[in-house]
Design a protein around this ligand. Structure first.
Ligand code: 8YV
Length: 319
């Protein structure tokens, strides 16, 4: 049987990319690098391999007449046009659950970094400033109020950890989840007004674009801290910069940005803002588990078995 041919949608993490190259014939980002070569290979390409940040528009799928599956290494798949995939009978899979602990750990770490100013403390010692006197006092996280924008699998894992810090927990989501012991707020603004820390962990995409806007940030207030471990698109970045520079918002810790890997200079220039390069799931253990699952989905599909983790919109279609 001829080897199965695959297109990569963007640069992929090596743990995924290297294994793909072992198991398949990989066409690397031809739509970006060599459209003529893509046209030549298109009739043979049966899969697209993507990461959580990849863009897989309907227009790209339309150029691949034999496309059967898009396998995303990531829980987020907001860059994939799932409606177009569904219309063409193309399966889309992602890698939920295996990264819940990691992203929740990152969220708690960023909260502590923003509250206790740990990156600034490190810089303080290295710069020899301690010799001139102690660092300005930080603020306490334990016992404060946490608001979660999004209460899916990762949101629950963050809440679980926050309980150990004695935090009170509220959330907003599309609907209240009666089975959870946490307070539901009907909007991000109402939640922000009642929170010390607002942690964003909701899917990206059109439904949540700029959900965290100037009004929400003002409601969080001059003592409030915003933490984003979801997608940059969920926060109005210009409004965030304005709120931070004018003092309407107390602080922020950000793992994701509107136009990665470009971070606005205004954020880089704010010393009390904590910045990370989209590392929510970035440990060897977790990225390995994500790559294994993304590969297992491809393998199952091409062996004629049901995929393991179809995206929710396509789960019914799979059954
Ligand atoms: C990764 C992510 O950056 O899972 C997601 O949705 O954003 C991240 O865990 C990425 O997708 C790794 O491929």
């Amino acid at each position: 049987m001829p080897a199965i041919e695959i297109l990569t949608a963007s640069r992929l993490p090596p743990l995924y990319f290297d294994r793909l190259k072992t198991d398949y014939v990989v066409h690397e980002r031809l739509h970006d690098t060599d459209p003529a070569a893509l046209q030549a290979a298109a009739p043979r390409i049966r899969a697209i391999a993507a990461s959580g940040e990849s863009k897989v528009p309907g227009e790209l799928m339309a150029r691949l007449p034999r496309l059967e599956i898009v396998s995303v290494m990531g829980v987020g798949y907001d860059g994939v046009d799932v409606a177009a995939a569904k219309a063409r009978g193309v399966m889309v899979t992602h890698t939920p659950d295996v990264l819940n602990d990691e992203v929740a750990d990152t969220a708690i770490g960023l909260m502590l970094c923003a509250a206790r100013q740990l990156p600034a403390a490190d810089r303080y010692v290295r710069a020899g400033q301690w010799l001139n006197g102690p660092m300005p006092l930080a603020r306490k996280m334990s016992g404060s109020r946490l608001g979660l924008v999004g209460m899916g699998r990762i949101g629950k894992a963050i809440a679980h950890r926050a309980l150990a810090f004695g935090m009170s927990i509220a959330y907003t989501a599309r609907s209240a989840k009666a089975e959870l012991p946490y307070r539901f707020e009907p909007s991000a603004k109402a939640l922000a007004a009642a929170s010390d820390f607002l942690v964003v962990i909701t899917p990206g995409g059109a439904g949540t674009r700029k959900l965290i806007d100037a009004e929400v940030l003002a409601a969080l207030g001059p003592k409030g801290i915003l933490v984003n471990v979801a997608r940059g698109s969920v926060v109005d970045e210009a409004a965030l910069v304005e709120a931070l520079t004018s003092g309407k918002l107390g602080g922020a810790a950000l793992d994701v940005f509107e136009n990665e890997p470009n971070v606005p200079q205004a954020l880089i220039d704010l010393p009390h803002v904590v910045l990370a390069p989209h590392i929510g799931s970035a440990t060897r253990e977790t990225r390995q588990a994500m790559a294994d699952l993304a590969l297992a989905n491809l393998k199952a599909h091409f062996e004629g078995r049901p995929v393991l983790t179809a995206v929710p919109e396509l789960r019914a279609a799979k059954a």
